[in-house]
Design a protein around this ligand. Structure first.
Ligand SMILES: C[S@@+](CC[C@H](N)C(=O)[O-])C[C@H]1O[C@@H](n2cnc3c(N)ncnc32)[C@H](O)[C@@H]1O
Length: 327
């Protein structure tokens, strides 16, 4: 495979840059090198200032902090690949004939902002990532309409739910990846990456910190444990909250900022005590390299990391996109 071109990437809803890091490559994770892809991120944007600070601490490109609704297409640089995990909002698709998205109040919702940039800038490829629940949103009616809208923007679409634990990430995170191509031949060539660790997933024990490196503040108090013990969850810590070290972790989400023993957040049990994951552990569960800097408050870091696309999964997806573009 001869790689000749450097593809320009524009990143929307960039958060702390999990998707951007994965698309670019050039990082190490769990002793493995994920090589640099022939791409260059030329523009990134998000409206959350504190999360943008995390982005800026890790990339030479400075992120444009603004609401996407205020982003004019003419201010977006020309590019080849548009990336973005548009936040999943509910869509009205009821009582319409023919059924479509964007009826009345839905106009201006963030999904349409991504479509707007696609229509105006016409990059060769786009990648959108979202929660698996998007497939069943609006009783399963929204997703086909989302795909139709992307097709109307001029793209041939493939989509697939990818489980991060199948790609060497110690987390059972399932996310839908939607990839669109302007060119039909490139679309025909593209295949989602084949699983690499489906039968031998990386266990959580690979990334958990030794006890002496975990500060006391990450442990739940006796009061919190007693409170939990009084509930029906006490015996089993059911809903999968206490994580098994020999398996990948349950999905870590932005909610970890408010982790509690009485919710479904994943927690650890160490020597009979309960504790939350540290931000460094969440970063590792998400496949960020240890070199990824986490400035700002713990709350910001949990939110940024929990919302991120697992870089290693995005790296595999990007590798296949480049293969399709180059071959
Ligand atoms: C799922 S997160 C994206 C994570 C990112 N792709 C990553 O891999 O790290 C969605 C992002 O959309 C941003 N967002 C939500 N509404 C927005 C808006 N109106 N304008 C710009 N960004 C917005 C949020 O701040 C959040 O960082």
């Amino acid at each position: 495979m001869k790689i000749t071109k450097k593809y320009k990437i524009v990143s929307l809803f960039s958060g702390c840059g999990g998707m951007d890091l994965g698309a670019e490559g050039g990082f190490a994770y769990l002793g493995k090198r994920f090589k640099k892809h022939p791409v260059e991120t030329v523009y990134a944007t998000d409206f959350d200032k504190s999360i943008c600070d995390v982005y800026n601490a890790n990339f030479s490109l400075k992120i444009d902090v603004r609401d996407i609704k205020e982003l004019k297409s003419k201010d977006v640089p020309d590019h080849d690949i548009l990336t973005g995990g548009f936040p999943c909002q509910s869509f009205s698709v009821v009582a319409q004939n023919p059924r479509r998205l964007g009826y009345k109040d839905d106009r201006g919702k963030l999904f349409f902002e991504m479509c707007r940039i696609l229509k105006d800038k016409k990059p060769s490829v786009f990648v959108a990532e979202n929660v698996k629940g998007l497939l069943s949103a609006n009783k399963g009616e929204a997703f086909p309409l989302i795909i139709k809208e992307f097709e109307r923007a001029g793209y041939h679409i493939k989509y697939k739910v990818l489980n991060a634990s199948h790609y060497g990430v110690p987390q059972k995170r399932e996310r839908v990846f939607i990839v669109g191509f302007k060119n039909k031949k490139t679309y025909d060539r593209f295949e989602f990456p084949k699983p690499v660790t489906e039968s031998n997933p990386v266990p959580l024990s690979m990334i958990v910190l030794p006890n002496h490196e975990v500060e006391e503040k990450f442990y739940f108090s006796a009061k919190a444990v007693n409170g939990m013990s009084a509930t029906k969850h006490s015996k089993t810590m059911n809903k999968g909250r206490v994580q098994k070290l020999h398996e990948p972790s349950n999905t870590v989400g932005a909610h970890l900022a408010k982790v509690s023993l009485n919710s479904t957040d994943p927690v650890l049990q160490v020597n009979g005590r309960y504790r939350m994951f540290t931000p460094l552990e969440v970063a590792r569960i998400q496949s960020f390299p240890d070199s990824f800097v986490l400035p700002g408050s713990r709350t910001t870091n949990y939110k940024a990391l929990g919302n991120a696309v697992a870089p290693v999964v995005m790296w595999h997806v990007t590798k296949e996109i480049i293969r399709a573009l180059e071959s």
